[in-house]
Design a protein around this ligand. Structure first.
Ligand SMILES: Cc1ncc(COP(=O)(O)O)c(C=O)c1O
Length: 271
């Protein structure tokens, strides 16, 4: 995705591209994608690209999939918009919720919708705070995230993100977010350290962090099953088994950020 369309001279200064050098963008402009089909997208000059990242990791069914087009068209004709506030719900929302709960691993039994991954993670943090407040633990407010983690762009989800580029200049991370190490065996294991020993070291280090911060001030830890934007990092096999007893010991919830990696919940044996 490096070549930019040369055929059109445009003023790009009015458009803000997230995660982009805006100064460079003013002169060189973004790559303008016009359409997609299956695993390919096409720029405005008709040049074809294999979309290896599936958009932003989310076009699992391919571009311009006819079943999705039909479903969207049908829904736009039947009920293009409605909300779920104050005890109302669109029929189609209820139907999808039943299907999601049927598909989800037990004992998951509740669905709450959001408009993006960032909003989902902000909501998960709100729910964790609400949960701890309801149980009479109002001081539990901090959230542990991990370096190299990616959780979104809002004030809280951007704070959870464990990458400098998401923080610099934005006063992030906010004070209630603390970062633990990434389970990146390839980059961060010590010379000669086995995967098991690496996992044990990370678990010990997490417990030290919890004790240093004071467990009574920590509400939850958030983790991607596989760290995507941070480098597609698959954790050591026993990583989640190792950290869950520690979190449970200190009444710290585990938030599974499965925004780009659904159904991996089986990685968390306690759920
Ligand atoms: C693991 C993870 N969480 C959250 C997000 C944020 O999702 P969105 O871009 O829909 O806000 C992403 C985006 O790629 C992600 O990879």
């Amino acid at each position: 995705m490096e070549t930019k369309s040369l055929s059109r001279q445009r003023d790009f200064s009015y458009y803000i591209n997230p995660y982009t050098n805006l100064k460079a963008n003013e002169s060189s402009g973004p790559l303008v994608i016009e359409r997609g089909d299956g695993v390919f997208v096409y720029d405005e000059d008709g040049k074809e690209y294999l979309e290896g990242m599936s958009g932003l990791w989310c076009v699992s069914l391919g571009f311009s999939e006819s079943r999705l087009i039909r479903a969207a068209e049908q829904q736009m004709k039947t009920l293009p918009y409605y909300h779920s506030f104050t005890g109302k719900v669109p029929a189609v929302t209820l139907e999808l919720s039943e299907r999601l709960v049927e598909m989800a691993p037990k004992p998951m039994s509740k669905v709450l919708y959001a408009n993006s991954g960032s909003e989902s993670n902000d909501t998960a943090v709100k729910v964790a705070w609400y949960y701890q407040n309801a149980l009479g633990r109002p001081d539990k407010k901090k959230i542990i995230s991990r370096l190299r983690g990616y959780h979104g762009v809002t004030i809280t989800s951007g704070s959870l993100t464990g990458m400098d580029y998401a923080h610099k200049g934005f006063d992030l991370p906010r004070p209630h977010v603390i970062h633990a190490e990434a389970p990146h065996y390839f980059r961060e294991a010590l010379p000669g350290e086995s995967e098991e020993a690496f996992t044990g070291r990370l678990a010990d280090s997490l417990e030290h962090l919890i004790l240093k911060e004071n467990p009574d001030t920590i509400a939850a830890m958030i983790a991607e099953p596989v760290q995507g934007a941070g480098g597609v990092i698959i954790p050591p096999e026993k990583y989640f088994q190792a950290i869950q007893p520690i979190l449970r010991k200190y009444q710290i919830l585990l938030i599974a950020d499965e925004v780009i990696c659904p159904q991996a919940i089986s990685l968390y044996p306690d759920c």
